[in-house]
Design a protein around this ligand. Sequence first.
Ligand code: PEP
Length: 250
Amino acid sequence: MSRPLLFAANWKMHLGPDEARAHLKTFRARYNRREHQDVWFFPPAVSLEAAAQAVRERTDLLVGAQDIYWEPKGAFTGAISAALALQAGARATLVGHSERRHLFGETDEDTRRKVGAALAAGLVPLLCVGETLAERDSGHTLAVVVRQLAAALGALDRAALPRVIVAYEPVWAIGTGRYATPADAAAVHKEIRTWLQGHGSASPRILYGGSVNAKNVAELLAEPELDGVLVGGASLDPEAWAQLVQGGAA
Ligand code: PEP
C-alpha cells in the first residue's frame, strides 16, 4: 500500500467565487479519486463557500481557509473567525504562512492563538514553518523551525497535537522557482517529525512547500519523509494542478 499523500493548493489572493467554481469543475473532471490521496484547496475567504459547494460530493476533496483570527467574534474589521470559516464550508485552515508572517507581521504568539482557535472550532490547522535565506545561510534552519513549532504547538494538549498538520516551507523557496532538494527537505522533516513525536503526535503528517510543480513533484515525493506538498503558483491552473496531483502519485 502506498503511503497516504496530501496535496494542498494555496490559491493566495486569486480566484473569486466564479473562478473557483470553474477551476473545481475542470479539476474534478480531470482528476479521479485515488486511494490514500487527499486534495485540499485553500481559496481566498470570499470563495470558500463556492469552493466548498463545488467539492461537496467528493470526500477526497476538502476546502480550508488561508487564515483565521483567534477571537470568536467582535469588532475585528476584515478578519474572519474559525467559526465563520467553518460556516462557509472550511474544514481546515493554514496558520503562519510565510506571507502572513513576513508581509502582515504575524508573530509566533499569533500562530499559537490561531492553532488553538482552529482546534477549538473543529478546523484542522495546517501550520507552516520555515526559515529565510539569511537564516539558512547562517546555519539556523533547524533552530528557527523548532522555535516556530515550540511557539505554536508547545503548550498544546498532547491529545490535540495529532490533529495538527505541519508544512515545511522554506521562505526562500516560496514563489521563487527555487526548491529544496529532497534530501535537504527530508533533513528538516526528520527534525519536525522528531519534535512532533516527542510531544504526542505518533504519526504526524508533514508536507513540503516551495516552488513545487508538475516537473519536480515526483522527485520530491520519492523522498518518504514527505507526506505531501503545499503548492501555490502551480495550483492555480486546474489542468496543471490535476497533472501535478497525478504526477506525485505516479
Ligand atoms: C505557498 O504559497 O505555500 C507556496 C508554496 O507557493 P509556491 O508553490 O508558489 O512557491
